[in-house]
Design a protein around this ligand. Structure first.
Ligand code: CA
Length: 447
């Protein structure tokens, strides 16, 4: 596990970019998340940047300014000039850590010397305001696996789909997951049409064909794989996080009525693969080191098998990440009223950790590759109002949610925008955030 603190975590560090020093910034100098961006509406090539305050530092410019001159790695400059993060991810977390250190030194306040001042002036001139940027997927995602790590979500949804048998007996032994589809994953701002398909209405004898009626979101944390493993090899639990480049936010849009009809016996299919949206910035595991928590398993529950167990997992395996879901309806946007918060939860309530997911995924010899993406599964907390989906909040579509402007929702309506946010904070340390992921449901295409 990557829990070592170093000079990049120092809470006293301030940046010469003023907006990074504001207490409410998601991107202080201790964060430095990686993403892929260009000037909005331009035909520029996408390039790798880090978020700092309300700005983006272009790493191709940082490279020209010799910010990474002390890093002795032949493939680094090629990786940093790429239009996606895969090559940097593939260099491994030790190299990413050196890049982070160099950026921290270049962006911090108080650096002295004429040379540093000159570099600062060059970097300063090359910043792009995040408000003027557009983003692409941080990496080309080869394979996407979605897990199911919140026992609160699994139990609540299980009750709705199988009232007599909510939590299946394998749940507490195996991190449950399925292979998803990467082609329909897009970066924040995704707009997509309400999916069309087969559903089986209650008490009907045959299915109907048409637009899905029970559209939902799923509040998830996503993990990008860094350096992969060879086919046939397994990743040890104590090495697992060395293979995770970082985390982001994921909205795993779900059509509940398609899902209910199609999911047995092989699991999710068309209910899940029409759109999935992720936040543009990838917060590294290293940046999250100060915000870790002990991972616990209830004494009444089965304890993990040996390959999914380790002392560091117990002491600091979990991430204390606050998560929120907001809705902005078309009416709210039209009338200029604020978005409404639907729920909040915390990633540390997860039944399985990121390291256990990586280890379990590879225990049979399955190879992960740089840029592969893992979803945590819907992060619902122990309380009903901490549910990470509308299916749970509306108690299976029975109880409408009242929104702040007087509207009601059971499921997502056409024109609704769903916004997810996440951040970590701890007393005496700066808050580091994930930014946000937004997505909008459009009317179904005509059938
Ligand atoms: Ca999911």
């Amino acid at each position: 596990m990557t829990n070592q603190l170093n000079e990049t975590h120092n809470p006293q560090l301030r940046s010469w970019i003023d907006s990074a020093n504001r207490a409410d910034s998601d991107f202080p100098i201790q964060n430095l998340p990686f993403g892929v961006f260009r000037r909005a509406g331009s035909e520029e090539n996408f390039r790798i940047g880090v978020a700092i305050g309300d700005q983006i530092l272009d790493l191709t410019i940082a490279l020209q300014c010799d910010v990474f001159a002390e890093i002795n790695h032949a493939a680094l400059s090629h990786a940093l000039r790429a239009p996606q993060l895969n090559a940097l991810m593939d260099l491994g977390n030790q190299v990413a850590s050196q890049v982070r250190l160099a950026l921290s030194r270049a962006l911090r306040e108080g650096a002295e010397g004429a040379e540093r001042t000159a570099t600062q002036a060059q970097l300063s001139a090359a910043l792009l305001a995040q408000s003027e940027a557009e983003y692409a997927l941080p990496a080309q995602i080869g394979d996407y696996t979605d897990f199911y790590t919140s026992i609160h979500h699994a139990t609540a949804v299980g009750k709705l789909f199988r009232p007599d048998n909510p939590l299946l007996p394998n749940y507490k032994w195996v991190p449950i997951g399925y292979h998803g589809r990467s082609s329909s994953i897009a970066v924040s701002g995704q707009k997509f049409h309400r999916p069309i398909g087969q559903t089986m209405p209650p008490n009907a004898n045959s299915p109907v064909f048409g637009p899905a009626k029970r559209m939902d979101y799923e509040l998830e944390v996503g993990a990008f794989i860094g350096q992969g493993n060879a086919l046939g090899s397994a990743i040890d639990i104590n090495e697992a996080e060395q293979h995770v480049f970082g985390l982001c936010l994921l909205n795993d849009w779900s059509a509940r009525d398609l899902q209910a009809w199609e999911y047995q016996p092989l699991g999710p299919f068309l209910a899940k693969n029409f759109a999935s949206t992720i936040s543009p910035w990838v917060v590294t595991i290293e940046a999250l080191a100060p915000y870790r928590k002990a991972w616990q398993r209830d004494e009444q529950d089965p304890q993990p098998l040996a390959y999914l167990e380790s002392p560091t997992l117990r002491s600091a395996g979990a991430f204390d990440i606050h998560l929120e879901v907001w809705i902005q309806t078309e009416k709210m946007q039209r009338e200029g009223s604020a978005a409404h918060r639907l729920s909040r939860s915390n990633f540390s309530d997860s039944y399985w950790t990121i390291s256990q997911l990586v280890t379990h995924h590879t225990v049979n010899g399955c190879n992960l590759r740089a840029g592969d993406f893992l979803g945590s599964g819907t992060q619902s907390g122990p309380l009903p109002e901490e549910a990470g989906s509308l299916l749970e909040l509306s108690q299976g579509g029975k109880v409408p949610m009242s929104l702040s402007n007087g509207e009601q929702r059971i499921f997502i309506e056409d024109g609704d925008t769903i916004i997810m946010r996440g951040w970590a904070e701890k007393e005496g340390l700066p808050r580091i955030g994930f930014g946000q992921v937004t997505g909008t449901l459009l009317t179904a295409r005509s059938t």
